[in-house]
Design a protein around this ligand. Structure first.
Ligand code: GLN
Length: 250
């Protein structure tokens, strides 16, 4: 049934529930989350809490204008097959080649690796690492640990490992950021960040904040990068820095 024009509620006047202005270090950054399989919603929610405009990526044009792309945890073989089916593997490589930042967590770490041992699923080869899948054991061997992560201030991060990989070998350009039991579980190479664990599953936003800093957000923002995503003018630095702590302590 169609409502006569004259009786339609002028919703824009009666329900002015405009979304609150985003705040946080990610304001002005549009960040994609590969949304084919895995826990992409958790990444999206966390990025939005930090002020980013987050976009689920399923098609080629979803990559347009992104400052960075998160490849979530899930199942790496499935993610790879779906990336191929959606025609996204080559465009993601091209996105990285033209300077887009990439953050891979767990299955996402495997996906960006140069190579894997255990199962040998094909990978994107964005980082000079060899990943060992399911390295810490089966699903029942999932665990949590407190990890000191280089570049993440404020003490150890509670890290959730779910059937996690580790980095078996890392090339000379790779910066090792954290180890667990001697195995590399967080690393960075240029604009690619990886964690073997799931920072999107806790309330601690600091690892995502370091990804935001890699994209030129937060304290690292410069006038040049602020314009990348059609962003508003940068906020005063004090206000930007105050927000993440408030979010963390909630
Ligand atoms: N074991 C999974 C794989 O090989 C990764 C698990 C995860 O992302 N939590 O893809």
């Amino acid at each position: 049934m169609s409502v006569p024009r004259s009786t339609r509620r002028p919703d824009s006047i009666l329900s002015p529930e405009s979304r609150p202005e985003p705040t946080g270090p990610g304001v002005g950054l549009t960040v994609g989350v590969l949304a084919l399989q895995g826990d992409f919603r958790e990444h999206r929610a966390l990025l939005e809490r930090l002020g980013c405009a987050a976009r689920e990526v399923r098609r080629l044009h979803d990559l347009d204008g992104l400052a960075g792309l998160v490849i979530p945890g899930g199942e790496s073989t499935t993610i790879h097959k779906l990336m191929e089916a959606h025609g996204l593997s080559a465009p993601i490589r091209a996105f990285h080649a033209r300077g887009g930042a990439v953050f891979g967590t767990c299955a996402g770490l495997i996906t960006v690796a140069r190579e894997t041992v255990e199962g040998h699923p094909p990978t994107l080869g964005l980082m000079d690492i060899v990943a060992r899948r399911n390295a810490f054991g089966r699903q029942v061997a999932s665990f949590e640990a407190d990890l000191a992560i280089a570049g993440v201030p404020g003490g150890p991060v509670r890290a959730v490992f779910i059937r996690a990989p580790w980095i078996e070998r890392a090339g000379p350009a790779v910066e090792v950021l954290a180890r667990h039991d001697g195995h590399i579980v967080a690393a960075r190479q240029g604009r690619v960040l990886v964690t073997a664990f799931h920072p999107e599953l806790t309330d601690d936003t600091r690892v995502h904040e370091s990804f935001i800093a890699m994209m030129g957000g937060g304290a690292a923002r410069t006038a040049a990068t602020a314009g990348v995503c059609g962003a508003a003018a940068p906020e005063p630095p004090r206000a930007r820095r105050a927000q993440p702590a408030a979010i963390r302590n909630r």
